[in-house]
Write a protein that binds this ligand. Structure first.
Ligand code: FRU
Length: 501
């Protein structure tokens, strides 16, 4: 990895690029022992620009090997127009049935992405292109008959392509970003695409719609049952930010239909939030998962467009979330999205410390101190009648990040988390409604230098945020943890912390 001038900020077990800017995960696909992670990348700088697909592979979705840029931005030699490689997806054409790869290629890896065409300052087009690779994603060739889908728009992007087995065809979900609509297409050969239907103008329409992801999601405890879920990157419950929403419904191969009872009868304008923090966006699912990995598995960009270009990290900017295994759960308010880190993360667990039970009354108490700030912390809180109960995380002499439960809300307050001044929209408090389960709040917290991912009540609510404890003010991001209770007494139990390898 390139030498970092902000070494305390580079996460240890979350993906970051060796250097330069990244945004959305792209082309998530498994093939022949490798999980591929392509991503929006600027090979030339530490801010957005020159969009290309960067590339890494992993045997387990946790340990990544960095590879050279896979699909670079290119220039048309005749028109001099530039095509940037915007977001999209990858799939495997088993047996090279569509003959895109050279004859004799066993299986052909395909990338379907948005070509964002510009000339100078002028944007000329946004359409869907195809590229193929006969060597496991290392080198790519642009399809000679690009674009494969062009509607003459400049706001038409982020193709999410998957195999629809019941009708033996490929389906593509794209967005008409400024119309807040998803457009669905079908194809038998990945080259010729037919329009099928639109879905949209529901949920959040305050921001452009980006990065659709459509997939069947299993329902917990209902063997063999699933529902289709459509994820959209759009607005956030807090107006100045972007975030993700989801819709639960049915898909008959042609149309996605919203089931308005799930997760609950929400007003059409209210979004079902995927992650209640500020730093989870543009997540898509893996294609072609191996049978030993339960799915769907999604990875998101751990950032927010509100301040992404200003993060105080060099020589890289941007990280990916832990891979999340998703499911649906039947609750009193209908089918609810559940997100959990993939089960494999427990293989990263190193030293373990356990504290069985602690009762605190209007007081705070430090938990074991550690020099490591890459760890997982699991605990149960019984708030009882206490007004506020919680934890101070990444606590240094001058900084702390507060995770607390009060009035039925789980809050993450990063206003004093360290360097928050690089962008006025960075300091913030996140807030998620969480119902106790039999009086208990279960938390699973992942801290990784500049990242906090909180999974509450077995993944019913997730809050993901970045923090930048500031060494300039004496705050090295230590593993400082403090428990506290205000306005009564509460119990903390089964507190377990694992240092991460
Ligand atoms: C989402 C997004 C996509 C686009 C890409 C460009 O973060 O805006 O809609 O394809 O980033 O980098």
């Amino acid at each position: 990895l390139a030498q970092s001038t902000s070494p305390d900020y580079r996460p240890q077990y979350h993906f970051t690029p060796p250097q330069n800017w990244i945004n959305d995960p792209n082309g998530l696909v498994y093939y022949d022992g490798e999980y591929h992670l392509f991503y929006q990348h600027n090979p030339f700088g530490n801010e957005w620009g020159h969009m290309s697909w960067g590339h890494a592979v992993s045997p387990d979705l946790l340990h990544w090997e960095h590879l050279p840029v896979a699909i670079p931005e290119f220039t048309n030699p005749d028109t001099k127009a530039q095509t940037a490689i915007f977001s999209g997806s990858s799939m495997i054409d088993k047996g090279n049935k569509n003959g895109l790869c050279p004859t004799g290629t066993k299986d052909c890896m395909i990338a379907v992405y948005t070509g964002n065409v510009t000339k100078g300052d002028q944007q000329l087009a946004q359409y869907q292109n195809l590229a193929y690779s006969a060597d496991k994603g290392r080198t790519w060739t642009q399809y000679a008959k690009n674009p494969i889908v062009d509607i003459g728009s400049k706001e038409f992007r982020d193709p999410n392509v998957f195999w629809y087995a019941p009708q033996q065809k490929w389906v593509m979900a794209t967005v008409k970003a400024t119309e807040h609509r998803v457009a669905l297409y079908e194809s038998k050969d990945l080259k010729n695409w037919q329009f099928m239907s639109h879905f949209g103008n529901v949920g959040d329409t305050t921001k452009v719609w980006e990065c659709p992801a459509l997939m069947p999601v299993p329902i917990q405890n209902e063997k063999g049952k699933s529902r289709w879920v459509l994820f959209i990157s759009a607005g956030h419950p807090q107006a100045d930010y972007v975030g993700m929403q989801y819709f639960v419904g049915t898909f008959n191969g042609k149309e996605f239909k919203l089931d308005p009872a799930n997760p609950r009868p929400i007003a059409p304008s209210v979004m079902n939030v995927v992650d209640w923090g500020k730093d989870y966006y543009a997540a898509i699912q893996y294609n072609n998962l191996p049978t030993e990995q339960r799915g769907p598995v999604m990875i998101g960009w751990l950032n927010n467009w509100a301040y992404a270009n200003h993060l105080p990290t060099t020589p890289f900017k941007g990280a990916m979330s832990l891979p999340r295994q998703i499911s649906l759960k039947r609750t009193r308010t209908g089918l609810q999205l559940i997100q959990q880190p993939i089960e494999g993360v427990t293989r990263l667990r190193g030293d373990r410390r356990i504290q069985k039970i602690l009762r605190l009354t209007n007081q705070s108490q430090p938990l074991d101190q550690t020099t490591s700030n890459a760890y997982e912390l699991e605990l149960e809180i019984v708030p009882g009648a206490a007004k506020t109960v919680g934890l101070k995380l990444a606590k240094g002499p001058k900084s702390e990040t507060i995770l607390q439960y009060t009035d039925g809300l789980l809050q993450l307050d990063r206003r004093r988390s360290g360097n928050v001044s690089f962008d006025k929209r960075f300091p913030s408090i996140e807030e998620a409604p969480v119902a106790l389960q039999n009086g208990v709040l279960k938390l699973r917290i992942f801290i990784d230098k500049s990242i906090i991912e909180v999974f509450a009540n077995n993944g019913e609510r997730v809050i993901t945020d970045q923090i930048f404890p500031n060494p300039a003010t004496g705050d090295t991001p230590s593993g400082g943890i403090e428990l506290f209770v205000d306005g009564g007494s509460a119990v903390f139990r089964n507190i377990t912390r694992w240092t991460y390898k």
